[in-house]
Design a protein around this ligand. Structure first.
Ligand SMILES: [Zn+2]
Ligand SMILES: [Zn+2]
Length: 349
């Protein structure tokens, strides 16, 4: 089969590799959709910058896989041939405290914690070997491209929104309108947020947020953003803010444009932020949360909600490529002139 590798010089290498055979508790998936994440670009594509959990070990790329089981190894207890599934993108040891909570992202086993597309083969290939314990059932109402985005983007956002709590009381500020920011808009809508304000620098992304009705107002990133957000919220600021940019200025804006007693969550990875604790958070009784990926059980809950809400993450996919054109997919994603970019197979292409 063909598999895509990222040598770290802004290119993609397609190699012919053997189709793996599932062992005990493992399944072989026919890949159907595999989306590209900002972290693939940030840590792997241009240069292998990641360390630890973000250290790329020369495996098949792609940590947002969704596919159909074509072979099940001995000992599988729940899933079998023909099942449509999403892969939780980190395989943990299964027995540490974090794994038992369903947060394999935080697995403490140096030996057994391996993320798909980082330390073990991922979804940018015709087939993927996955562990049964990492699978989430994909309901018939959702497509594989919907499922691929639950694996990382929508799941990560859903977790962050659970932490800060979003409802019809809230105006929400989203800094950064890449795929994670757009997913935030989509989920905040369904959770009832009545005013959603987005900030970005890329015109295409700002327009996409408006076209898809994921934001009510979109501001171009700049020094007056805090005043602009206050103006849009009766001078008070938003109740909730979600940073999806990892930009230091945007993070400071997210903190300062949030009103008294408000809550802010940081989802964007890397970078720094500078703020003045007393005026910016302490005196205004604000809380800043950090949130990293999500758990298997919350992913299952999100999948159920997506069906209930008739929300299709695949609506954020602006470009689809075949595996043969996977290099174009990464080039486009690196340019930022797009929504979500997917490599698709069979009926999903
Ligand atoms: Zn990701
Ligand atoms: Zn573990």
């Amino acid at each position: 089969m063909k598999g895509a590798y990222l040598p770290g010089n802004s290119t993609v290498e397609l190699k012919e590799v053997p189709v793996p055979a599932p062992g005990h508790g493992e399944v072989l998936l026919r890949m159907k959709a595999s989306t590209i994440c900002g972290s693939d670009i940030r840590c792997i594509y241009h240069q292998h910058l990641g360390k630890g959990p973000e250290g790329y070990q020369g495996v098949v790329a792609g940590h947002e896989p969704s596919g159909q089981i074509v072979q099940a190894g001995p000992g599988c207890r729940r899933f079998g041939v023909g099942d449509r599934v999403i892969v939780y993108h980190i395989s943990g040891c299964g027995v540490c405290n974090d794994c038992r909570r369903g947060y394999m992202i935080s697995c403490t086993s140096a030996q057994y914690r391996r993320a798909y597309g980082w330390q073990r083969d991922g979804g940018m290939a015709e087939y993927l070997l996955a562990e049964e314990k990492d699978l989430i059932h994909l309901p018939a109402e959702l497509t594989y491209a919907d499922g691929a985005q639950v694996a990382c983007g929508f799941g990560t956002v859903y977790e962050g929104l659970q932490k800060i709590g979003v409802c019809g009381n809230d105006a929400v500020l989203i800094t950064g309108l890449g795929p994670v920011g757009l997913a935030t808009g989509a989920l905040c809508r369904k959770l009832g947020a009545n005013k959603i304000i987005g900030i970005d620098v890329v015109k295409e992304r700002m327009q996409l947020a408006l076209d898809l009705k994921l934001c009510d107002e979109v501001l171009e990133s700049g020094p007056d953003n805090v005043a602009e957000v206050r103006r849009l919220t009766g001078g008070m600021g938003v109740e909730r803010a979600v940073d999806c940019s990892a930009n230091d200025q945007a993070r400071a804006t997210a903190i300062r444009a949030t009103r008294k007693w408000g809550r802010i969550v940081f989802l964007g990875e890397g970078g720094r932020v500078e703020f003045n604790p007393s005026p910016d958070i302490i005196h205004d009784q604000k809380t800043i949360y950090g949130s990293w990926v999500t758990s298997t059980w919350l992913m299952e809950e999100l999948v159920e909600r997506l069906v209930r809400w008739n929300l299709h993450p695949a609506d954020l996919v602006t470009h689809r490529f075949s595996l043969d054109n996977v290099d174009q997919a990464y080039t486009l994603m690196a340019s930022g002139l797009c929504g979500k970019v997917a490599v698709c197979f069979d009926e999903e292409l």
